[in-house]
Design a protein around this ligand. Structure first.
Ligand code: FES
Length: 204
């Protein structure tokens, strides 16, 4: 179901209400959409555009800019294996080859139980090469045996990593009296409480 569910729609309105302008909630709502479906579907982008008074192209422009937002279904467990120069020199290509062979999938495809692998550029842990991420959680100095242990752990539940799209395990909630007051599509006019220019200049 690519459009936001009823419960997520309520959360979306609460998130929108935190911002002086609704469109500022775009990135949190993209995360919400990805959390719901595991990726950001075309329909979902249209829905967000309606909620935020943006065009679908504007939503797509932001969504496609960030690598973390996926626009096609991916595995529940995405294993990003770094093949940057440090990891390459310390065996990343062999590790990727082993991962493909042992999982029986190529990069960018998903196993039947929801595990996918992807070769990625430097993930900024070069001293720990070769390294990888599982749903953006790091594993350092990984060899073939370590990779197999990781996959076994994902499958038997002993490796506890939130499913792809889970941004946080707890959700912040802003009380109504702290909210900025947006609840639906709004014009580009500043909200009523926005300080007048003179008042803002004299504030400090
Ligand atoms: S090259 Fe792999 S983390 Fe930098």
């Amino acid at each position: 179901m690519p459009r936001l569910s009823e419960s997520n729609l309520r959360i979306a309105h609460e998130i929108i209400s935190r911002y002086p302008r609704a469109k500022s909630a775009l990135i949190p709502l993209l995360h919400l959409s990805q959390e719901q479906d595991g990726y950001v579907a075309d329909d979902a982008m249209k829905h967000l555009a309606e909620l935020l008074d943006l065009t679908p192209a504007e939503v797509l422009g932001t969504c496609s800019f960030y690598e973390m937002f996926k626009r096609e279904p991916v595995g529940d467990y995405r294993i990003n294996i770094c093949h940057g120069i440090a990891c390459h020199l310390l065996g990343a290509d062999d590790l990727i080859h082993h991962a493909e062979e042992s999982l029986g999938v190529r990069q960018g495809t998903v196993t039947g139980d929801g595990i996918s692998i992807e070769g990625v550029e430097c993930i900024a842990a070069c001293t720990e090469a070769p390294c990888l991420q599982v749903n953006y959680r790091y594993m350092n100095k990984v060899d073939n045996a370590g990779f197999d242990a990781l996959v076994d752990g994902i499958r038997d539940g002993s490796v506890s990593v939130p499913k792809h799209g889970t941004l946080a395990l707890t959700r912040q909630s802003i009380s109504e009296d702290k909210a900025a007051g947006n609840s639906m599509v709004e014009s580009n006019d500043p909200p009523a409480w926005w300080p007048e220019p003179a008042a803002a200049e004299g504030g400090n």
